[in-house]
Design a protein. Structure first.
Length: 297
């Protein structure tokens, strides 16, 4: 079995088509990796790219994408609602098959060392790449204050900030957009999500989407095998109604683990589904399986 790694770098850019195209293009140009998905949002001012492959090509694509981001993004002038530390903000490696989490952690450490050496970039490690499984929120909170970088200079890069590199299990980035204009409602629901014992492993923030006149409950589901996606949506929708608003839409950022996608179908239909019952070979003609990046200006 060929080892397969999922890499999901997050970048602090969601508005300039030419920068988005450069970063996505750096991944596409790397031999041996498959670009699975990318998305960008102007309010978050953030993009997420998902690609897969063996360790060598994934390493090369991650370094190429990082170089493109460092060359084109200045986080000192960045304004967006999503928390961030750097141009390439987060770089996680996720084992898919034929490789262990420990091996992905070793890859993360090696890539982090190279990013520091190539770009004089502060690098923080997180999750399985650290002995104490340091969380991403902990790094965001303590970076450059109580927590020095694991590699690179002690202070932020003047334009690229810092990068957080690690290895982790599957995670679902999931957003639910609300009709409410009052950010306090989104924050209240996010707090309720974090405190709900029936939704273990869900991190949530309430954010404003100014360009759309909406608010958002932005979530990371860190234990998707235990927390069904439809249960998360139903909880947020119920609390929204109780607080006098409604859900406008929801969105998955990046790729869903296969079991979670089947779980949503099964829960919604109250049916038992097997993987063989969903045929990607029947994908409609004319409907792209991955979205092309916008053309450079």
């Amino acid at each position: 079995m060929t080892p397969l790694i999922q890499c999901v770098p997050n970048f602090s850019e969601g508005r300039r088509p030419e920068v988005i195209a450069a970063i996505v293009g750096a991944v596409r140009a790397t031999s041996g990796v498959r670009l699975a998905d990318w998305s960008a949002d102007p309010d978050h001012h953030r993009m997420v790219v998902t690609f897969l492959g063996p360790a060598g090509p994934v390493r090369a694509a991650a370094l190429a994408a990082a170089a493109a981001a460092i060359r084109t993004i200045d986080v000192s002038a960045h304004q967006g609602v999503h928390p961030r530390l750097g141009a390439m903000d987060v770089l996680p490696f996720v084992p898919i098959c034929g490789i262990t989490l420990s091996e992905c952690a070793a890859l993360a450490v090696s890539v982090g060392q190279e990013l520091a050496a190539r770009h004089a970039l502060p690098v923080y490690l997180y999750e399985a790449a650290t002995l104490d499984h340091r969380s991403l929120p902990t790094v965001r909170r303590d970076a450059f204050h109580h927590l020095p970088p694991d590699f690179g200079p002690p202070g932020p890069h003047p334009t690229a900030g810092a990068v957080v590199v690690g290895a982790r299990g599957p995670l679902i980035a999931y957003n639910v957009n609300l009709a409410a204009h009052d950010i306090a409602i989104a924050r209240r629901i996010a707090r309720d999500v974090r405190g709900c014992p029936d939704l273990p492993g869900v991190r949530a923030l309430g954010l404003a989407l100014h360009s759309r006149g909406l608010t958002q409950v932005s979530m990371n589901i860190t234990r998707p095998a235990e927390t069904p996606l439809l249960s998360v949506f139903s909880f947020v929708a119920r609390r929204a109604r109780e607080l006098g608003t409604e859900v406008v839409e929801s969105e998955v950022i990046g790729a869903l683990p296969g079991h979670s996608a089947f779980g949503v179908l099964a829960d919604a239909l109250q049916a038992t589904l097997k993987p063989g019952q969903v045929l990607l070979e029947n994908w409609p003609e004319g409907v792209a399986r991955d979205e092309e990046p916008p053309p450079a200006r």
